[in-house]
Design a protein around this ligand. Structure first.
Ligand SMILES: C[S@@+](CC[C@H](N)C(=O)[O-])C[C@H]1O[C@@H](n2cnc3c(N)ncnc32)[C@H](O)[C@@H]1O
Length: 295
């Protein structure tokens, strides 16, 4: 029996479970708690633009105003806010302090419940949800495959699961892997810094690493260079993003102790093992996000 306490936050009572330390990286979770309490003021435009990218493969049949939904690793709760009006009830689950940032972002809303817990303990019966999603979460968990199995178990037969996992650059030229290798060296150092210093360093990296590529892409777009050419420039995905999102993602990328990367083949195998079928990958960024139907 996992112990829980009820914590009164600004807009709702949040059930907080004593998360068992099995399939979880506590340093990573603590880092995200700080990150999402620093970044939760997304503009409508940022939310709409980024949300449309993640949910491009989700149809009305999969998710609609009759759906009971769970956001696994909800962080700031930004996707719950993006989905406003597209669910009957939604649970946001996250083991970190981010759950309190989500409470603030989502305001008073009877259709939204927040729970502080992890994939090891999703406190709902198996087969409870019509639609579940986990965006940018499971690659920060030691055993991604187990976390996926534990999450998909909560979806009912015929329901759907949307996942986004960091990719292995298999659809990119070789120099992406070189940039990744170098950036990973930087991440291994930066993620160990104390939180405040880490945020400052990541802001600096947003300016000196992200912005040169972003500005180059914006310039090439301005002079009419087609997207299929700009696509081969690292960080082109950010050319239409605000500096706020770029700073947020810089902290997310360089500040996080544990990250893993997966190919479409590995993701397909994990989703299949978790009990999903009709797996469909988006051919658009962010890579890779895929949706599957629970058998
Ligand atoms: C990169 S953030 C993504 C947040 C949100 N999905 C988004 O896209 O804005 C990863 C989130 O996963 C959560 N997380 C880490 N380990 C977890 C676990 N074992 N179970 C559930 N969530 C976890 C973190 O606390 C963090 O909020």
């Amino acid at each position: 029996m996992v112990k829980s306490t009820e914590v009164q936050s600004v807009n709702r009572v949040i059930k907080c479970y004593d998360v068992p330390g099995v399939n979880i990286d506590h340093k990573t979770v603590s880092s995200f708690g700080v990150e999402w309490n620093a970044f939760h003021g997304f503009s409508e435009l940022d939310l709409q633009y980024t949300g449309d990218m993640y949910f491009d493969i989700v149809t009305k049949e999969m998710l609609n105003d009759q759906s009971t939904v769970i956001d696994i690793g909800c962080g700031s709760g930004r996707w719950i806010k993006y989905l406003d009006g597209r669910y009957k009830k939604v649970i946001g689950l996250d083991p970190s302090e981010a759950i309190f940032a989500a409470d603030k972002l989502l305001g008073k809303n009877d259709k939204v419940e927040l729970v502080r817990s992890s994939t090891d303990h999703i406190p709902f019966p198996d087969g409870y949800f019509d639609f579940a999603y986990s965006l940018g979460v499971l690659h920060h968990i030691p055993d991604t495959e187990k976390a996926l199995v534990d999450s998909v178990r909560k979806v009912k037969s015929g329901g759907h699961f949307l996942v986004y996992l960091y990719y292995r650059f298999e659809n990119r030229p070789f120099y992406f892997r070189i940039f990744y290798w170098l950036s990973n060296l930087v991440r291994r150092g930066v993620c160990k810094l104390p939180h405040r210093l880490k945020k400052g360093v990541c802001n600096f990296l947003a300016v000196i690493l992200y912005m040169p590529f972003v500005l180059l892409c914006r310039f090439l777009r301005f002079i009419g260079v087609p997207e299929k050419i700009r696509f081969h420039i690292p960080l082109q995905a950010y050319e239409k993003q605000s500096f706020y999102i770029i700073r947020n993602d810089s902290l997310d990328r360089f500040g996080t102790p544990l990250e893993q990367r997966f190919s479409t083949k590995q993701i397909t195998a994990m989703m299949t093992k978790a009990g999903l079928t009709d797996i469909r990958f988006s051919d658009k960024i962010p890579f890779w996000h895929a949706v599957g139907r629970k058998i």
